[in-house]
Write a protein that binds this ligand. Structure first.
Ligand SMILES: [Mn+2]
Length: 356
């Protein structure tokens, strides 16, 4: 198993790559969607949180698809610091909102994601992570939820306020959308949209040598903001895999999100999907509680027996990348970095103990 961290777009700097190397990572996962252009400048940038005026803020430039050259340049910078670039996490809503919404630009947006996946492959990046969700990661609250009153995020009741028009995946793609909401659809309609997406994109990913990695729904409620969710119980991941069986159809396996689900158990899910070789990469974090009420906590507290998860992965021969997902903020001048260093240090110690 290999260790990595996830870096947000504004953190893609040589100094942060060296930081990753210094805390013992060999890999990084990067975000190219900018979740931090929000109108509320006081919002902490440690992980994206909802602003009063509109989710995570404004989506990117609909006409600026990520190019092979741009991706290759980032990869080279990362490799220059002795690391590997394992994955890109998330498409930009500006590039594919009508795939999620089945809107008038759906075919153009499918061409966008195909072009991006080809560029990811041409740039030698193995994995493209995505989250097929209309509401996205919405309705989380922040508070002193972790040990020592460290600030963290959680859910205290599921947000069911409708998603306004012009917004999807918790970002605004059209600031001038007429008043209204995106409306309600059935779970089966959303599964139909996912099936179409996979049928068209998986062959492209196969040809490009890219693994598509699906994140489960966070928060994992049956509906969020009045819209259906796809993978909000562990068994629903299998339905996603069965839609289009392929080496390129795999999982961005989020241990914390799975532990927040009301059915199944996180060890059984880890056993099932790792033994089937379906984990593209793993998000590791701890949590206390389940939907509709849970709090994210430090990796070594909370409900999940993290050493047990690592033992299951090891026994099943998982050799991919583990990243800490999110962590609570450590109270110091570099909250995000300290939190990541703490989580990665803990994970590295577990791996070394297991190898000893
Ligand atoms: Mn996650």
């Amino acid at each position: 198993m290999k260790l990595g961290i996830g870096l947000y777009r504004h953190m893609l700097t040589p100094a942060n790559y060296r930081f990753a190397r210094q805390i013992g990572c060999s890999h990084v996962v990067i975000h190219l969607v900018d979740y931090f252009k929000k109108p509320d400048p006081s919002a902490a940038d440690n992980q994206p949180v909802d602003s009063a005026s509109g989710g995570w803020g404004i989506a990117g430039d609909p006409n600026a698809l990520w190019t092979t050259e741009e991706l290759l340049a980032i990869r080279k910078q990362i490799e220059a610091e002795g690391l590997r670039l394992e994955a890109i996490e998330n498409f930009d809503p500006a590039h594919w909102h009508d795939v999620l919404l089945d809107g008038p630009k759906r075919d153009t947006h499918m061409e966008n994601v195909k072009r991006i996946v080809r560029s990811v492959g041409a740039a030698g990046i193995p994995v493209m992570g995505y989250n097929f969700s209309i509401a996205g990661v919405a309705g989380r609250v922040t508070g002193p939820f972790a040990r020592g009153n460290a600030e963290s995020v959680g859910v205290e009741g599921v947000d069911q306020t409708p998603v306004p028009s012009g917004m999807v995946w918790n970002m605004v793609y059209d600031q001038h959308a007429p008043p209204g909401t995106v409306g309600t659809i059935s779970h089966e309609e959303l599964w139909r949209r996912l099936a179409r997406f996979l049928d068209e994109l998986v062959p492209v990913a196969e040809e490009a040598g890219v693994i598509l990695a699906a994140h489960p729904d966070d928060p994992p409620a049956a509906t969020v903001r009045g819209t259906p969710r796809l993978v909000y119980q562990p068994a629903m991941y299998q339905r996603l895999l069965d839609l289009r069986p392929s080496h390129s159809n795999a999982l961005e396996f989020c241990v914390g999100t799975i532990a927040e689900m009301t059915e199944g158990d996180v060890y059984e899910a880890t056993e099932t999907y790792s033994s089937r070789g379906k984990l593209a990469y793993v998000h590791l974090r701890n949590v206390r509680g389940k939907i509709p009420r849970y709090h994210e906590v430090f990796i070594d507290e909370g409900d999940i027996d993290i050493p047990r998860i690592i033992r299951i992965l090891k026994r099943n021969g998982y050799s991919g990348v583990l990243i800490p997902d999110h962590t609570p903020l450590l109270e110091c001048a570099a909250s995000w970095h300290a939190g990541m260093a703490y989580a990665v240090g803990y994970m590295r110690a577990l791996l070394q103990a297991l190898d000893a």
